[in-house]
Design a protein. Structure first.
Lengths: 192, 354
């Protein structure tokens, strides 16, 4: 109810753009589903544009047309939700999606992103994600990856997808670093 | 069952509502909040049982009774077959408190900002006069910190909470529980305050600790997808009662209670919905009623899209539906499968025979 009141307040001035900052994060699933349906209906009926800020990938999958994935203050990957979520290309996007529990999928595999987000007072040189990236190469330590927009409208900042490549497959352009490989959560069976 | 570490029988927690002075003068009877309203639950040794429910379902109260922070008004709690519901007071509970530890939801509030990590983890040892000499105690603290993934422990031990990230703080909280070498850990929304990427690491840590230390978990969460990832068995609570309980695969894959089915259908996934998946969602209308006004009959019937006459008058018991799964729904009587749920909220109820 309170969140509905907040939405009513936001709509009172007949806005063209509504920014929702984690609008459903504190809510139970059933209420979250109600609020997401309400937002969807309002968007259709009032022709609103909606910017949704969230760490919850499932909310993006449910409500958004386009998604922009950020890491440490920079764009990692941007494009249509349908494209990005079905074929994530940036290693960070892949890790994020792999770390998200999915009730309609097999539960035995849950990705772990090692390490923690960087201190932005002193971000890592080169690609800011490289200390945690399983596919990091030598070049990632030194050069900030440029943002490249590919034919399907996906924008990626990753050395695996350099300008000039067609963006469909990663291209290893320099030797890999010792990677913190993906860990598969074992349920009960094997030890650490 | 003999291999059960803990068993809850007929547990009830009813909080009286204090009426106003006028109510008392008029001798109007005060109301009662039925937070937990008669539940049975067993957790086997080494098992992870997830207790899932929306806010107001009584899941947290159940956890608090098990760790003896809240007094039950009915029923009992058996630990290794021994009735512990009668134990109260520091002396009687010393042994139980060591063996059963609680991990709270919010690592930002659990830690004292003026206490070092070492002092926080060592405190339960001091309070309970455990751990022997100062040197031995220090060893146990370091060992617990390392087990919780804070390595090297010496580097973390003398820091303050504000110097740590959210994930590290929750590891400190886990270390504070581990230092007691518990057998049962009650974890109340242990990862709900954390980011997705850090969340999986902590779930992973908890599962690893289960293997290494033979821990048993009661994992309390409102998030069915988390329960799906971590639990062996899932119990779904609604308004103080268990609606459905069974192995995770069964409860999620073949729910026999309309409430579970609705929860599963609206549980968000990171897959963009297609027209097909949208149509399958059952969004219930309204919110959970408050526990001071529990509906008659089946307490879920006012929100149930499949409710029929019997549900309004008679409360269903937990029916066995096979595969160690049980559901408290008249439609599950005799182990019948659940009819297809209408996807339109408040849609036509399905006629049921029997």
């Amino acid at each position: 109810m309170r969140q509905r009141a907040m939405i009513a307040m936001a709509l009172a001035c007949d806005p063209a753009v509504v920014i929702g900052d984690e609008p459903t994060t504190a809510l139970d699933v059933m209420v979250q589903a109600q609020i997401l349906e309400l937002l969807e209906r309002l968007r259709r009926e009032l022709g609103l544009s909606l910017i949704l800020i969230t760490h919850d990938l499932s909310v993006i999958a449910e409500t958004c047309d386009r998604v922009l994935i950020m890491y440490a203050g920079k764009v990692a990957e941007e494009g249509e939700v349908d494209v990005i979520f079905r074929h994530p290309r940036h290693p960070y996007t892949q890790k994020l999606l792999g770390a998200f529990p999915n009730i309609h999928a097999d539960r035995r595999t849950l990705d772990v992103i090692g390490g923690s987000p960087p201190d932005l007072r002193d971000p890592p040189p080169g690609c800011r994600f490289h200390p945690r990236c399983p596919a990091a190469m030598a070049v990632c330590r030194e050069v900030v990856p440029p943002e490249v927009t590919f034919a399907d409208g996906v924008r990626i900042a990753c050395h695996l997808y350099p300008p000039g490549s067609d963006g469909s497959q990663p291209v290893a352009s320099s030797p890999p670093l010792a990677a913190s490989g993906s860990l598969v959560a074992s349920r009960g069976g094997a030890g650490a | 069952m003999t291999d059960e570490l803990i068993r809850v029988e007929g547990l009830e927690v009813h909080f009286p509502i204090r009426g106003s002075l006028l109510d008392i003068l008029a001798r109007r009877p005060g109301g009662v909040v039925r937070a937990v309203d008669g539940i049975n639950l067993g957790i086997r040794k080494g098992e992870v049982l997830a207790l899932v429910g929306e806010s107001g379902s009584g899941k947290t109260t159940t956890g608090r009774v098990i760790v003896k922070l809240t007094r039950q008004t009915g029923g009992r709690v058996l630990f290794e077959g021994r009735d512990v519901s009668v134990l109260w007071g520091v002396r009687q509970l010393r042994e139980y408190r060591r063996r059963v530890q609680l991990i709270f939801q919010d690592p930002y509030e659990t830690l004292n900002p003026k206490q070092t990590i070492f002092d926080f983890v060592a405190e339960p040892l001091q309070v309970n006069h455990l751990g022997g000499s100062a040197v031995e105690r220090e060893e146990r603290v370091f060992e617990a910190l390392e087990a919780a993934g804070l390595r090297p422990a010496r580097e973390f031990a003398f820091r303050y909470p504000h110097e740590l990230s959210g994930g590290q703080r929750q590891r400190v909280v886990i270390a504070g529980a581990l230092v007691m070498e518990p057998e049962l850990v009650v974890a109340d929304e242990p990862v709900s305050m954390l980011d997705v990427s850090i969340r999986t690491e902590l779930l992973r840590l908890m599962l690893d600790l289960r293997v290494e230390r033979g821990l048993t978990y009661l994992f309390i969460t409102h998030d069915l997808s988390l329960a799906w990832v971590i639990a062996d068995r899932i119990a779904v609570m609604y308004l103080g009662k268990i609606m459905e309980i069974g192995p995770a695969e069964g409860v999620i894959g073949r729910p026999h209670h309309p409430y579970t089915a609705a929860l599963v259908s609206v549980s968000p996934t990171p897959e963009p919905p297609t027209r097909g998946t949208r149509a399958k969602r059952t969004v219930l209308v309204g919110e959970t009623p408050d526990a001071a006004h529990v509906p008659a009959g089946c307490r879920f019937h006012p929100r149930c899209p499949l409710a029929f006459e019997r549900c309004r008058v008679e409360e269903p018991p937990l029916f066995d539906v096979g595969g160690e799964q049980r559901a408290a729904c008249w439609l599950a009587e005799g182990g019948k499968a659940l009819p297809v749920m209408p996807s339109v909220p408040g849609g036509a109820g399905v006629a049921a025979d029997g």
